[in-house]
Design a protein around this ligand. Structure first.
Ligand code: DX5
Ligand code: ZN
Length: 216
């Protein structure tokens, strides 16, 4: 079954606990950490993510849009995040960092901005549990899905299957019940959705709709 990970970037930050309860039927909760350096936006850091980890009923999928993840990423694994994804463009030593995250018991993920070629991670696939293909420029929710990123996903799907690896392929940005079809067809199995879930009158129904649509 495809995994649906709602992004709390689109949630009401002041009422985070009840917002988390609205998406409790999802697979994981996607947590966007931004530092206003790697991306031109700022969200929250380890203290807030630690509290989200305490109150969330589903595991955390942390997406670090920050400089120097080599320094910061292990802390998110230590506080119990299920997966920690850092950007290929930001990491100094991605392999050492992935190994450290796995050692700490987290799934290790590597993310690619839309303009970053897939070659940045192809050789490293055995070191990772998931690859996140950004389908918008990172930094903000509510942007339009970039279809031009789909060839990267196809290349990754072929590489993962050819090597017999169990690496999840995640898309993030502009995922709706329309664009999820394109991403699933290109090989994605894990779908991050912010606006389309949190702006829905019934987030649980929207999660179910996205899951069913991706599975077709
Ligand atoms: C963007 C974030 C996404 C964002 C997606 O930088 O990484 O996770 O929340 O939001 P939507 O689904 O609204 O495009
Ligand atoms: Zn994200």
């Amino acid at each position: 079954m495809p995994r649906i990970n709602p992004s709390i970037l689109a949630a009401d930050f002041v009422n985070m606990q009840s917002e988390l309860d609205r998406i409790a039927t999802a697979d994981l909760v996607h947590v966007d950490v931004m530092d206003n350096h790697f991306v031109p936006n700022l969200t929250f850091g380890p203290q807030m993510v630690g509290r989200i980890q305490d109150v969330a009923r589903i595991p955390l999928d942390v997406h670090l849009m920050i400089d120097d993840p080599d320094r910061w990423a292990p802390g998110y694994a230590e506080l119990g995040a299920y997966s920690v994804t850092f950007h290929a463009e930001a990491a100094h030593d991605p392999v050492a960092l992935a190994r450290r995250l796995r050692e700490l018991g987290a799934r290790a993920g590597i993310a690619l901005k839309p303009g970053t070629p897939v070659e940045a991670c192809l050789e490293l696939l055995p070191e990772f549990d998931q690859v996140l293909v950004m389908t918008v420029e990172p930094g903000f929710g509510g942007q339009s899905f970039m279809t031009e990123t789909m060839p990267k996903l196809r290349t990754l799907r072929e590489a993962v299957d050819a090597a017999g690896l169990d690496v999840w392929l995640q898309v993030d940005g502009g995922i709706t019940e329309q664009t999820i079809v394109t991403a699933a067809e290109a090989g994605a199995d894990t779908f991050v959705a912010g606006s389309s879930v949190f702006r829905a009158a019934d987030p649980a129904a929207q999660i179910a709709l996205l899951r069913e649509t991706a599975a077709k």
